[in-house]
Design a protein around this ligand. Structure first.
Ligand code: SF4
Length: 172
């Protein structure tokens, strides 16, 4: 009888945990699967950011979810969503996809950008990958250049920029 009560208790606890995990996935917009990394500075398998020696690239997605087939990077933004994800956010996510591809020798088919009120699944296509590599090459060229113009025409970005006071190219 005691054994039966313990078994029921364990079963109840298990179901409660499962329910809470589902609830968390719903709240955070995470895809179904095991969260193998959350950007709290703690890795389950190693304590370091994703890194590619081939592309000299490193980064930490907010979450990495293992859905049993692939690892899906998730980037969480604290702002409300624009009509479609910002190009810079898509490229940032693509960089995480490239890093996952390099680290795990398997590219994810997509990544996720979660805004306050909307979640976008962004397909990691060959076209997006090529665009990312071309932007990275441009950035490396810019690093060596004496002067570099702004990469955008968005005054809102200048409003929030920490270099605003010193920048001669500011739009606001
Ligand atoms: S203030 Fe200058 S550095 Fe900052 S976002 Fe605007 S153009 Fe770029």
């Amino acid at each position: 009888m005691i054994l039966l009560a313990c078994a029921l208790l364990l079963l109840g606890g298990g179901l409660l945990l499962l329910r809470r995990a589902r609830c968390l996935h719903k709240q955070t917009g995470l895809p179904q699967g095991r969260v193998i990394y959350a950007d709290t500075g703690t890795w389950n398998h190693c304590e370091r950011p994703l890194f590619s020696s081939r592309y000299l690239l490193t980064g930490r997605p907010d979450y990495l979810v293992d859905d049993g087939r692939t690892k899906i990077p998730v980037e969480v933004k604290s702002t409300f969503c624009p009509p479609s994800p910002y190009r810079s956010h898509v490229l940032q996510l693509a960089a995480y996809c490239l890093l996952v591809e390099e680290e795990y020798r398997q590219p994810p088919s997509y990544g996720i950008i979660k805004y306050c009120n909307q979640t976008y699944a962004v397909e990691y296509t060959a076209q997006l990958r090529a665009k990312l590599l071309s932007v990275l090459a441009e950035m490396r060229q810019d690093l060596a250049a004496a002067e570099v113009g702004p990469s955008h025409a968005n005054p809102n970005r200048c409003w929030g920029c920490g270099y605003r006071e010193k920048c001669g190219e500011r739009l606001a």
